[in-house]
Ligand binder design. Structure first.
Ligand code: SAH
Length: 234
C-alpha cells in the first residue's frame, strides 16, 4: 500500500514524507484488519483502498486550499476524506461526524493509535450540532446524500466566506442543478464543478465547490425526517 500511495501522491503533486506515508499505510492496514470483523467499508482489498479511499481523498488537496483550515467531514464513515487530509496536512483542524457509533469508534481509536490526538470525533447526526453552527472554514462530504439533502446537513456548519466541498460522481450535473435551490436557501452559492482522475485508475470523480456567502437562516437545518420528506427543491 505504501508504494502505491507514494506514487499516487507524487502523481497528484501532493508532498508526503516517510512519516506521513507510514501513517496513511498504518491507517489503511488497521482499516483492512478491523473490516474483517466489523463492516466499515465495502472495499476489502488494500490496493483498492489505497486508490479509492486514500488517493481519492488526497486529490482534494489539489482542488482547494486547506492550509490552516478548520474542516468538518460530514458522514465520515471510516474516516474519508477527512483522515487522509489531516495526515497530509497536519495544520488542518479536523472534526469528523458520523451517525454510526462503530465507525466513529474506529476513527477515534485509529487516530489515537497514530498520535493524531487533535482530531475531534463526534458520534451523532450532522443536522443536530447546534453548537457548531457557522463554525468551520470547510465542510467536506463523500457518498452521504443527494446534494439537495446534503446541503442542509453541511452548509449550516460552514462560516461565511467558507467552503462546502461535495465529492460526487462525474455525471453529477443534474444533481447539482437540483441542489442549486437548497444551496442558495441555506446561504451558499455553487462556484464550480471540478473533475479529476483518481491516480492509478481511470476513475473520474467530481468535486462540487460551494461557498458560504451569508449565514444560514435559523429555521435550517430541520430534522432529518423533514429534510427527507420535503427537500429544499424550490
Ligand atoms: N464518507 C465515507 C462514508 C460514506 S457512507 C466514505 O466516503 O467512505 C455514508 C456515511 O454517512 C455513513 O457512515 C452514515 O452513517 C453517515 N451518515 C448519513 N447521514 C448522516 C447524518 N445525517 N449525520 C451524520 N452521518 C451521517
Amino acid at each position: 500500500m505504501k508504494e502505491l500511495l507514494r506514487q499516487g501522491l507524487a502523481d497528484l503533486g501532493v508532498p508526503a514524507d516517510e512519516g506521513q506515508l507510514d501513517a496513511l499505510a498504518a491507517y489503511g492496514a488497521r482499516l483492512m484488519d478491523v473490516n474483517r470483523v466489523t463492516n466499515l467499508t465495502a472495499i476489502r482489498d488494500a490496493d483498492e483502498a489505497a486508490r479509492l479511499h486514500f488517493l481519492d481523498s488526497a486529490a482534494l488537496l489539489t482542488l482547494a486550499d486547506f492550509a490552516g483550515k478548520s474542516v468538518i467531514d460530514v458522514g465520515s464513515g471510516a474516516g474519508f476524506p477527512g483522515v487522509p487530509l489531516r495526515i497530509l496536512r497536519p495544520d488542518v483542524r479536523l472534526t469528523v461526524v458520523d451517525s454510526v457509533g462503530k465507525k466513529v469508534d474506529f476513527v477515534r481509536d485509529s487516530c489515537a493509535a497514530l498520535g493524531l490526538e487533535d482530531v475531534t470525533c463526534l458520534w451523532g447526526r450532522a443536522e443536530e450540532l447546534p453548537r457548531l453552527r457557522e463554525s468551520f472554514d470547510i465542510a467536506v462530504s463523500r457518498a452521504v446524500a443527494e446534494l439537495p439533502l446534503l446541503a442542509e446537513l453541511c452548509l449550516p456548519l460552514v462560516k461565511a466566506g467558507g467552503l462546502f466541498l461535495a465529492m460526487k460522481k462525474p455525471d453529477c450535473d443534474e444533481e447539482v442543478g437540483r441542489g442549486d435551490f437548497a444551496v442558495r436557501a441555506l446561504g451558499g452559492r455553487i462556484r464550480d464543478i471540478k473533475r479529476y482522475t483518481v491516480p492509478g485508475t481511470e476513475v473520474v470523480h467530481a468535486l462540487v465547490v460551494m461557498e458560504k456567502v451569508r449565514a444560514t437562516p435559523v429555521q435550517y437545518p430541520r430534522r432529518w425526517a423533514q429534510i427527507k420528506k420535503k427537500p429544499l427543491l424550490g
